[in-house]
Every structure is written in C-alpha cells, then in structure tokens.
Design a protein around this ligand. Structure first.
Ligand code: C2O
Length: 517
C-alpha cells in the first residue's frame, strides 16, 4: 500500500467554464478539482485549508470509511465545518472499495460552485474486462449565478419563478470543466486517444440538479461498473447518469480514425420553468489517429449520426447485474418511510420548501444545538424513533436493513446512502404494499433515483458503525433537507445508520476549532 498526500486550498475565484464569467469555489485554483487516483488499500491524506468565507467540509462519495466515520466529511453529521482560515487533515484508507467515484464539499450548496473532483480506486481483483487506459469524464450541470443567491431565491415565498418549490434551472453544463453557452465559448473538452485500444471511460455526474445522458457519436459503449460495483458487461449506445451516480464504460478506438463528438445531454424534463438561452447539450471531442487539432464535422452537432441498425440503445438500469452474482441476505430489520417535499408552516420556515421523512424534518433546536445534542435527546430502543423533530434509527447489532420508501413527491429524487452500498430489491408505481421483490442477482450501488410517486425497497448490511446520511443529492434539496443522525454505540458489533430529513447547516453551534477525532 501507498500513502498519497494532497494539499488542498479551497478558495473563491472567478471562472468561466462555459465562457460566462462566474463566481466559483474551487480547490487549488482548478475546476474540476484535483483527481485522487489510488489503489485499494492505500492511505489517503488530504490537508484541506479553507480560504473561503464560510465553513466547509470534503466528502468522499461512496467510500465506506470503516472505522473513520469522522472523516466522512458530512457537515453537521460527522464533523463541524472547517472554519474559514483553518485547516483539517482527512486521513483514511480505501478498504474494500474499488471503482469510480468523486469527492465534493458537503456543506450547504458549495459543490455547485465548483468544489468537486474525481476519485478513482484501482483494484487487483476487480471483475471487469481488461482495458488499456483510463479516461475520467466528469459531467455537471452549471449555473451562472453563485449558489447562495440561487438558494435564497428558491427559499423566497414566491419561489424562483413565481412558483414556490421550483428548483433553479441550470444555464448549461460542463464536460471535465468545459462547456459551451450560446456563442460565448467555442472550446471543447478534448481527448486525443490512440487507435485500436480499449479505454475505460469513468463517467461521473457531479452536477447539482439533473441526470445527464452520455454518448460518443458512432461508438458502442460497454457498461462494466456502476457506483463501484463491477457489472456483467452490457453494450449500450448511451448511458443516463443520475445525479451523483457513476458508470465505467469501455470504448474501443477501432472505428475509422478521426474526430467524434462526445455528447452530454442534460435531462430537461426536470426543468420546471423556461430558462431562455440555457444550453442543454454539452459537447466534447474524442479523436484518435489524427492530429489533436482535428474537430468533428460541426454539421453533425444537430444531426447525430445513427448507429447501424440492430445496435443497442440507451442503458436500462434494469439490465444491470453485479458481476459477483448472488441474492441479498434476508432482512432482519424493517424500516418504512414516506418522503415528501412540503411547507412546514412554522415560524422561520414559512417560505421554505423542505424535505420531509414521514411528518418530520430535522432542525437544530433553538438555533443552538448541534447534531450531538440531538443524539443526547434520542431514544435508542432499536427501532425508528422520533425525538420530537427527527427520525432516528439506532441499531445495537449488525442488521440486514430493509428500507421501503414511498416517494410522495411529484419529482424524482436521487438518493444516496453514505458508508454503504445497498441492494435494489424492487420499485414500482404507487405505494409500497408488500409487493414481490426481485432477489436473484439484485444490483448493488450507493445512489438511486426514487421516481415521482413510486415505491422503492433497498436492503443493506448495517455493519459499519457511525453516522451515515441518507439523502436526496439534488443540491437544492440537500439545503432544504436535513440528515437524521443516529448515535454510535460504544459497543462492539454495533451498527447505526442515519436517515435524512432536513438540513439547516448554518445555525449549528459548532465550536470554531473543534473536530471529531
Ligand atoms: Cu455525494 Cu451526502 O453525498
């Protein structure tokens, strides 16, 4: 194993990813930020110095952080934010996790403004076909306004466009930090590759709001990994990557030598109002066997070439199956909740459209409490409890959790569970009423869309003690929801999880220099 040490400075600055100058928050002056590339078992040490005006944290999306829950980087859950002007060292090993993921700020909506980057973990025994080279392709929707301003609008009584609860609609997007807005930018992300090789494209949706459909003109993609789970290889023409999800696809550079358009199409079906001038398809260039200045034919931009007849279509996630086949274990603990977005209708939150789990949202008590005072108030009798404002699930021993969720909202919500992967046992329209589950070789991942008005059943082994958030990854919802904390029991064989409800990170009473240790 190797120790990999990084020194990161989080700063404010101006950037123009798609040609339009905007305020950004970035690590080491670049967007996307530095890539962490490691081997399974390596130690990662990241010294983060905070030079922005607000506290910040860095989260390593998907990693298990077994035994180092306090380095999970979730502000208000596993740590206080790193105060402005101060530093914190994250120090953890990457154990039992191999594949493609990303890191991002986990404080307010900061990652929307640019604090994100790729995190790639190589493993000796990963069950994927051989390939020659890696290529990280990090895609994101993009807002020209600074996220705190957008969040304020989202939270105003009238909402951002006159309809309360409508999320800010992106102005465009980026592929590895480069986008195009109107005629303001004519540069593209460029990859000049070798002919007749197999590339593993590591696709990451590090956006704030919508899914992104990825394709490369005239090329079939073979899906081999999703969220760190090696899957049975499956050929597709395109992959829709939900917010915060990742896929690896193999691309063979064995077509006619030349230059081809990479396409990243934003899912505009989630847009709730018209944003005139917004760019909804972002382009990059992938070329091989030609000079690195060669561009594809621009007339193809609006007329993508079709694949030969009989070619596969877009990835259907129902076709994903882990390469290491097998059923999920039987559940030993059942949890049910309803997810909704509502007005809480109480003082201070009259105009806030908030996420709810059952009838509760978590909020700090009287503006003075932190997560830890919630824990002190929590009942811990081994079942789901409310301590007045939050849903608590505390497990005193390893359990196979089955979580059934009804999404009662009219929107799709990409939910992410920290510190674990879950099996996807079933989903369907309407409410959960003990429908039959699929348990022959269920997909296992860490981020899944709960479509509007549907039920979903997940299962996971709760064997990783700590405070683990489970939340919608839409940044506007992360700032309108909280994470429900659960105490770590001082016992061997203890597992705890947390369920998210509502986040109000700005009112926590964190001492300015204390961190969990
Ligand atoms: Cu990608 Cu709670 O995080």
């Amino acid at each position: 194993t190797t120790t990999r040490t990084y020194n990161w400075v989080v700063e404010e600055g101006l950037g123009a990813p798609d040609g339009v100058v905007k305020n950004m928050l970035v690590v080491n002056g670049i967007y996307p930020g530095p890539t962490i590339e490691a081997n399974e078992g390596d130690r990662i040490i990241v010294n983060v110095t905070n030079k922005i005006a607000n506290a910040t944290t860095i989260h390593w999306h998907g990693l298990y952080q077994r035994g180092t829950n306090y380095y999970d980087g979730t502000e208000a859950i596993t740590q206080c934010g790193i105060p402005p002007g101060q530093s914190m060292v994250y120090n953890y090993t990457v154990e039992n996790w191999v594949g493609s993921t990303w890191w991002h700020a986990h404080s307010g909506t900061q990652y929307t403004d640019g604090i994100t980057g790729a995190l790639i973990v190589h493993g000796k025994n990963e069950s994927v076909p051989p390939y020659d080279e890696d290529l990280v392709i990090q895609m994101s929707d993009l807002y020209h306004d600074f996220s705190p301003a957008l969040l304020n609008l989202y939270f105003t009584p009238g909402g951002i466009d006159g309809t309360p609860g409508n999320e800010p609609v992106p102005d465009g997007g980026t592929i590895n930090g480069v986008g195009q807005y109107g005629s303001t930018n004519t540069s593209f992300f460029n990859a000049t590759l070798q002919p007749n090789k197999t590339y593993r494209l590591r696709l990451i949706n590090s956006g704030s709001f919508v899914a992104i459909q990825f394709s490369v003109d005239s090329h079939i993609l073979t899906v081999i990994e999703a969220d760190g789970t090696a899957v049975n290889p499956f050929d597709v023409a395109s992959v829709s990557i939900a917010l915060a999800q990742r896929y690896s696809v193999l691309l063979h550079t064995n077509n006619t030598v030349g230059a081809y358009w990479i396409r990243a199409a934003l899912d505009t079906t989630a847009y709730t109002y018209d944003n005139p001038g917004a760019t909804t398809e972002i382009y990059g260039v992938l070329r091989y066997g030609v000079d690195d200045s060669v561009l594809p034919d621009v007339s193809l931009l609006d007329n993508p070439p079709s694949l030969p007849s009989g070619s596969p279509g877009e990835l259907d996630t129902a076709d994903l199956a882990p390469a290491a086949a097998g059923p999920a274990p039987d559940p030993t603990f059942h949890l049910y909740f309803e997810f909704s977005m509502q007005y809480p209708g109480v003082a201070n939150y009259l105009s806030h459209f908030l996420g709810f789990i059952n009838s509760t949202s978590w909020e700090p008590l009287n503006g003075t409490s932190s997560l830890f005072s919630h824990i002190a108030n929590a009942t811990t009798d081994g079942s789901a409890n409310f301590d007045g404002s939050q849903l608590i699930t505390t497990l005193n021993e390893v359990q196979v959790m089955q979580v059934a969720i009804d999404n009662l909202d009219d929107g799709d919500h990409p939910f992410h569970l920290h510190g674990h992967k879950f099996w996807v046992m079933g989903s369907g329209a309407g409410r959960y009423q003990n429908q039959t589950l699929q348990n022959t070789n269920p997909m296992m991942r860490d981020t899944l869309v709960l479509p509007a008005y549907t039920w979903t059943v997940l299962r996971f082994v709760a064997d990783n003690p700590g405070f683990w958030a489970f939340h919608c990854h839409i940044q506007w919802h992360m700032a309108a929801e909280a994470r429900i904390p659960v105490p770590q029991q001082p016992l061997a064989q203890t597992a705890v999880i947390s369920m998210q409800v509502l986040l109000i990170a700005t009112t926590l009473a964190c001492a300015t220099s204390t961190f969990a240790a």
